[in-house]
Design a protein. Structure first.
Length: 478
């Protein structure tokens, strides 16, 4: 008996024990995890101290220390969080932990993130950036990195891009540790990390440094219209046309992405090629927003609001772009009661800043990680229409194996009731689906599969015989 007790004690020390089919037992934070969390906390504290304009006389050391603490501490914590544990989704405590169940800490986090975005978009002077003056505060400690990459002092957007990239890299590693059993998730996450680090951050900054004499135009080669709503605005077109070979390249590439590259890739792979593999908004939602994916509203009311709102925004950005091009070619800004300059300004304020940034990221802990992608992104709306009607992509279901556990629906960040489709053995062909594949990854029975196949019969509906009612009372089938 003593030997059995000794073996059981050793087993309990080596692994978490649970009778659950889909999750292992909750375990206490180890000493190493607490130390790594302390490193993250100190890194954030250093950024806050810099925000108060304290200790910024050594900007490089302050930036280096805070960044290394955040990246090393966060990576170690993510690794230890899933080391020796069953990979994949853990249901234990998700609906009760304060940060993942809209508790007090979630509200505090949401307020802090929302406040940071408000400062970023509308009050950058409080972050230490005033155009034409020497940087102070938080922005100042990013000056050394900015000079190294583009030869200029940092702006609030450089600070944002750096922190955004760090968040995707660190939380991306955590995501990979979590879904290490799923090759699709690993490759997909490495893809968004690569595109954010290379195409969204390093390449645009280096190109700006090599062409400092050129007026500004977008150099993120993956950011296309209608997500990049200012692409066709007069100042941007003029700057690209005056930007030499680089400007002409970005203009041609931007048009080709809209009318050639994007439609072709969406036809073969669905909108997931962009929303889950390339896009920076999707990259942050999939990595930093992963702990909140279950908070998305699955109700029919939310679905109805989603459809009305996102397509209304797509129609609005199309109208604004058409009017902007009209002004560009004719020189007339006033069209009936509409002024194209005022219209684009208000679109940029409400949709480009308030919705996509302040609400889209600040509300992660309250409404889930894809608030912007689901309700507001015109790029997601455009790709979704093509995915629904002109694409080979679908999620197939093997409903006979479904046990109605609800994991797929619970963790769908786009609010799709996946289980309802699986129970009916119906292929999932939804415009909103970003093809993240988490529904398939968390299914304990292998019911769901992401496929690219013939477009014929993609949306075939399988109905059970006992689910069919005969409405005509005179018809009696024996």
């Amino acid at each position: 008996m003593a030997l059995i007790n000794e073996d059981l004690s050793l087993f309990n020390k080596q692994a978490d024990v649970s009778m659950s089919l889909t999750a292992d037992a909750t375990h206490q934070q180890s000493a190493a995890q607490k130390i790594s969390l302390a490193m993250v906390g100190i890194g954030l504290l250093l950024l806050f101290i810099a925000f108060l304009n304290i200790g910024t006389n050594q900007p490089f050391l302050m930036w280096l220390a805070s960044t290394l603490l955040l990246m090393i501490g966060g990576s170690i914590y993510g690794y230890l969080q899933y080391k020796g544990r069953i990979p994949g989704i853990k249901n234990n405590g998700v609906m009760f932990a304060g940060i993942s169940s809209r508790g007090a800490i979630a509200w505090i986090a949401g307020i802090i993130i929302t406040g940071f975005y408000c400062l970023l978009y509308w009050f950058p002077q409080y972050l230490g950036f005033v155009d034409g003056q020497t940087n102070t505060g938080l922005v100042k400690i990013f000056d050394p990195l900015s000079y190294a990459l583009n030869g200029k002092a940092a702006t609030q957007w450089f600070v944002y891009g750096t922190l955004y990239t760090v968040a995707i890299l660190v939380m991306g590693l955590k995501f990979i540790f979590k879904y290490r059993h799923n090759k699709y998730q690993i490759i997909r996450t490495l893809s968004v990390m690569f595109f954010q680090l290379g195409f969204a951050f390093l390449i645009p900054e280096i190109l700006s440094g090599l062409n400092q004499d050129l007026a500004y135009f977008g150099k993120d080669m993956k950011n296309m219209w209608p997500l990049n709503y200012y692409f066709f605005e007069d100042w941007h077109l003029n700057n690209m046309l005056a930007g030499g070979n680089l400007g002409m390249f970005m203009l041609v590439l931007g048009v080709a992405m809209i009318f050639i590259v994007s439609p072709l890739l969406t036809y073969f792979y669905g909108k997931r090629w962009y929303c889950s593999w390339v896009c920076g908004c999707g990259g942050l939602a999939e990595t930093a927003g992963d702990p909140f994916r279950h908070l998305s509203d699955k109700s029919l009311t939310a679905w109805r609001i989603e459809r009305y709102l996102i397509y209304a925004i797509l129609a609005l950005v199309t109208l604004v772009t058409a009017l902007v091009l009209y002004t560009y070619f004719t020189g007339q800004a006033q069209i009936a009661f509409l002024n194209t300059y005022d219209l684009r300004k208000w679109y940029g304020f409400f949709i480009g800043a308030a919705f996509s940034g302040v609400i889209g990221v600040g509300f992660y802990p309250l409404m889930g990680s894809r608030v912007w992608c689901r309700f507001g992104c015109p790029m997601a709306a455009l790709l979704g229409l093509q995915q629904k009607f002109f694409s080979r992509f679908r999620i197939t279901t093997n409903g006979g194996q479904c046990i109605s556990c609800g994991n797929c629906s619970a963790y769908c960040e786009m609010g799709i009731d996946v289980r309802a489709y699986a129970q009916r053995q119906q292929n999932i062909v939804r415009a909103s689906c970003v093809g993240c594949g988490i529904c398939a990854a968390v299914c304990p029975r292998g019911v769901l599969k992401l496929e690219n196949g013939p477009t014929a019969n993609r949306t075939v509906i399988h109905v059970r015989r006992d689910a069919v009612d005969i409405l005509d009372p005179e018809i009696n089938l024996k």
